[in-house]
Design a protein. Structure first.
Length: 158
């Protein structure tokens, strides 16, 4: 998988905006990305996702965050350690941080890029995202796609 790139959306699809990463992954699956890109809906997989991080050298993650920013704000973080993840991640925060800690212990940390989308609150039930987060989706997909193109095997060889 050395020349392949993984895009993984994480979150709980059944909790509104908290599922923004899953919604993004589902849209990216049918967006015609280059053949070197694999897209996975990681849901709330936690440690079950560890195998993906062991297989790929480069991973783009998409997730929601409760960071106090305006809902729909998109930020790109390049986390290297668990502590680099935003403090107030969503309902699966511990899973992502613990997974990165495990990868550190295994000495198998891929090059990671994390797109976080600010959400205002975690809805208890519902698959619909708020208007603010839904409105940010085209820009999020654009930024993820642009980064995927920059991380192409051909670009890495230059």
């Amino acid at each position: 998988m050395e020349d392949r790139l993984l895009i993984m959306g994480v979150g709980n699809y059944l909790m509104g905006d908290e599922g923004v990463g899953v919604h993004a992954a589902q849209k990216l699956l049918s967006s015609g990305l280059p053949e070197y890109v694999d897209v996975v809906d990681g849901g709330t997989g936690g440690f079950h996702l560890l195998e993906y991080f062991e297989k790929y050298n480069r991973v783009i993650l998409v997730d929601a965050t409760l960071d106090g920013q305006k809902a729909g704000t998109i930020r790109l973080i390049k986390p290297k350690y668990a502590a680099d993840f935003p403090k107030s991640m969503s309902t699966h925060d511990i899973g992502l941080r613990d997974m990165v800690n495990s990868l550190q212990l295994l000495d198998k940390i891929p090059e990671m890029y994390l797109f976080v989308v600010s959400i205002e609150f975690i809805q208890q039930q519902g698959v619909e995202m708020t208007d603010e987060v839904e409105a940010a989706m085209p820009e999020l997909l654009n930024q993820v796609t642009e980064l995927a193109m920059k991380l192409s095997p051909a670009q890495a060889a230059v």
